[in-house]
Design a protein around this ligand. Structure first.
Ligand SMILES: Nc1ncnc2c1ncn2[C@@H]1O[C@H](COP(=O)(O)OP(=O)(O)OP(=O)(O)O)[C@@H](O)[C@H]1O
Ligand SMILES: Nc1nc2c(ncn2[C@@H]2O[C@H](COP(=O)(O)O)[C@@H](O)[C@H]2O)c(=O)[nH]1
Length: 212
């Protein structure tokens, strides 16, 4: 399948959901199928979960470092989510897009809004819904490192996140993960074909017109 292409501008695939609905799982499945896609690795002040690696899942930093990054304008956006700070690094994004690289952003609705405001033509936004609140709770309970308190805290924020679903270009209901992945893959492939992203169409069309 067509991948990183110098003749195509990359897209910013911004994925949000209530915590535990499965956006990280779906993002990772997409990157396994399309290894050329890169994940924007956020900085966060929260502690790593079991199995999470610094620099891979997040850049785990303390408050002082996070504040100094804000001061240096290192973030495209940052927000407080569930009592912790999260920020999307600004560096490299423009170069990646110009080089035809698609970038995934796993951010909450505040991050999605802020990224869209700054780069509206590059953003493709996807909201992932759970099939039910029971399913959401059960997914949070089963996640490594979960505690009843953490699950309750995340569940308390679900309503506020779900309320923003209408701001997104696409919505996926993640009932069966394979089916949800198929839907996400179709969105990616369709969006890659958008006229504005195909940078070599103008010369091709001009050539076709000249040769008519
Ligand atoms: N369709 C599904 N059916 C059952 N379990 C699922 C499904 N999709 C994801 N999960 C599981 O649900 C848990 C939460 O998924 P994940 O971490 O991807 O959620 P998230 O939306 O990224 O959460 P957060 O916002 O907190 O990062 C994981 O253990 C994952 O394996
Ligand atoms: N606005 C931003 N939100 C972010 C960023 N990185 C992650 N997130 C969101 O935070 C919550 C919680 O994530 P978790 O890994 O602690 O479960 C989730 O909604 C993420 O999408 C970011 O850089 N900016």
């Amino acid at each position: 399948m067509s991948s990183k292409a110098s003749n195509r501008r990359g897209l910013m695939l911004v994925i949000s959901s209530p915590s535990g609905a499965g956006k990280t799982t779906l993002s990772r499945m997409l990157m396994e199928r399309y290894p050329e896609i890169v994940l924007s690795v956020s900085a966060t002040t929260r502690d790593p979960r079991p199995g999470e690696e610094d620099g891979v899942h997040y850049h785990f930093v303390d408050h002082a470092k996070f504040e100094s990054m804000i001061g240096k304008r290192a973030f495209l956006e940052w927000a407080k989510v569930f009592d912790h700070f999260y920020g999307t690094p600004r560096d490299q994004v423009e170069e990646q897009l110009a080089a035809g690289q698609d970038v995934i952003f796993d951010v909450d609705w505040q991050g999605a809004d802020a990224i869209h405001d700054q780069m509206p033509n590059d953003v493709v936004s996807v909201f992932v819904l759970p099939p039910s609140i029971e399913a959401l709770r059960s997914r949070l309970e089963q996640r490594p490192g979960s505690t009843p308190e953490k699950t309750a805290h995340r569940m308390a924020g679900a309503q506020n996140e779900i309320r923003h679903w209408r701001r997104y270009d696409y919505v996926i209901v993640n009932t069966d993960v394979e089916q949800a992945f198929d839907e996400l893959e179709r969105i990616l492939l369709t969006e890659r074909q958008k006229r504005l992203r195909q940078l070599d169409l103008e010369p091709l069309v001009q050539q076709l017109l000249d040769d008519c």
